[in-house]
Unconditional design. Structure first.
Ligand code: NAD
Ligand code: WQD
Length: 334
């Protein structure tokens, strides 16, 4: 059987790390990406990092909503499975432009599923998100916890009617230990770690801490951060699981199972970088939950996967990526 895997969104942060782990695992990988929030340089770097496996990667700049282009791809190649990572993911923007999010994330997925079905490719790993747990009443979040999409972005991530593996990522952080691929958000970063990174390299003056009155040890929000390489490995584990004939539609949390506060993350980043991160204490960010972290037992048991890296490694690798690429994939300040 062909071991060719289609990765949508493979030029992005999570996609690029997943593609690298797939190549190193001996898979042939085809990436489609419209380079909306990413750069083709990431693809080139993945090819380099994969060494002798680099030639097993091909890239197509395609918008998934372009059905004839997706169709053409499936005519030219038989895929064993699809890892569907492509999507818009900025919560704030999704509230401002809900139709853009429904159009991109839902139409893109519908086109993909239609073409897959037409070509008899019915194995799918989907990038879902811990965002579907909303503000959980009970932590850790298990796969059975009630889901509540509190924003348009979240609603595009909660459809579980297909026979697929849904991976609910918690908060991906860090970068490949080489420092050659990492997260390169366009514009002002929404997420904590990219923001801290930009403060540390002098691109922004201070980190705004959203909320200091949560019922947590230091009053700041608690999240489950997971190293992006661990997350990438979780996709390989999911692909292997898809080979099990008993699998219908399964959901797995991909998290570390540990909660870390904003201030704990700042302290660890300061230690790893040797830089002081100036802080501005502010009100809570609308829509934010207090404490979110994963129960990881199901993934450990059924996928035989567990996060290996902790906060020291997140910060070390994030800082290594930042110092080598202070402006991401751009050579200098835009
Ligand atoms: P990213 O923006 O770095 O990567 C997403 C990629 O998808 C980009 O390269 C973008 O160009 C591409 N893309 C978007 N729409 C497309 C379309 N219609 N056709 C082709 N390509 C398209 O984001 P990421 O952090 O790597 O996230 C990847 C996925 O994981 C997303 O689906 C996101 O919703 C999900 N997710 C991310 C996080 C997170 O915190 N980063 C957490 C949970 C889930
Ligand atoms: C983490 C903590 C903030 C920025 C989001 C999406 C979720 C998922 C992951 C895609 C919170 C605090 C943040 C800042 C801060 N993505 N913070 N100052 O909100 O857990 O999840 O990304 O699916 O859907 O909602 O992650 O990194 O934005 O925030 O104090 O400048 O850091 O309040 O406590 P979040 P985050």
């Amino acid at each position: 059987m062909s071991r060719s895997i289609l990765v949508t969104g493979g030029a992005g942060y999570i996609g690029s790390h997943t593609v690298l782990q797939l190549l190193l695992g001996g898979y042939k990988v085809v990436v489609v990406d419209k380079l909306d929030n990413s750069s083709e340089i990431a693809i080139k770097r993945v090819q380099e990092l994969a060494g002798e496996h680099g030639s097993n990667l091909t890239f197509h700049e395609i918008d998934l909503r372009d059905k004839p282009a997706v169709e053409k791809l499936f005519v030219s190649e038989k895929f064993e499975a699809v890892i569907h990572v492509a999507g818009l993911k900025a919560v704030g923007e999704s509230v401002q432009k809900p139709l853009l999010y429904y159009d991109n994330n839902l139409i893109g997925m519908i086109v993909l599923l239609e073409v897959m079905a037409a070509h008899g490719c019915k194995k799918l790993v989907f990038s879902s998100s811990a965002t579907v747990y909303g503000w959980p009443k009970v932590v850790p979040c298990t796969e059975e916890s009630p889901i509540s999409a509190t924003n348009p972005y979240g609603r595009t991530k909660s459809d579980s009617t297909w026979k697929i593996i849904l991976l609910r990522y918690f908060n991906p952080v860090g970068a490949h230990p080489s420092g050659h691929i990492g997260e390169d958000p366009r514009g002002i970063p929404n997420n904590l770690i990219p923001f801290i990174q930009q403060v540390a390299v002098g691109r922004r003056p201070a980190l705004t801490v959203y909320g200091t009155d949560y019922k947590t040890t230091d009053g700041t929000g608690v999240r489950d951060y997971i190293h992006v390489v661990d997350l990438a490995d979780g996709h390989i584990a999911a692909l292997k699981k898809l080979a099990d004939p008993s699998v219908g539609c399964e959901v797995y949390n991909l998290g570390s199972g540990k909660g870390t506060s904003v201030l704990e993350m700042v302290a660890a980043f300061e230690k790893a970088s040797g830089k002081k991160i100036p802080l501005v204490m502010a009100d809570r960010r609308p829509g934010d939950a207090e404490i979110v972290y994963a129960e990881t037992e199901k993934a450990e048991r059924e996928l035989n996967w567990k996060a290996k890296y902790g906060i020291q490694e997140f910060c070390r690798d994030q800082w290594n990526w930042a110092t080598k690429n202070p402006y991401g994939y751009e050579p200098q300040a835009p």
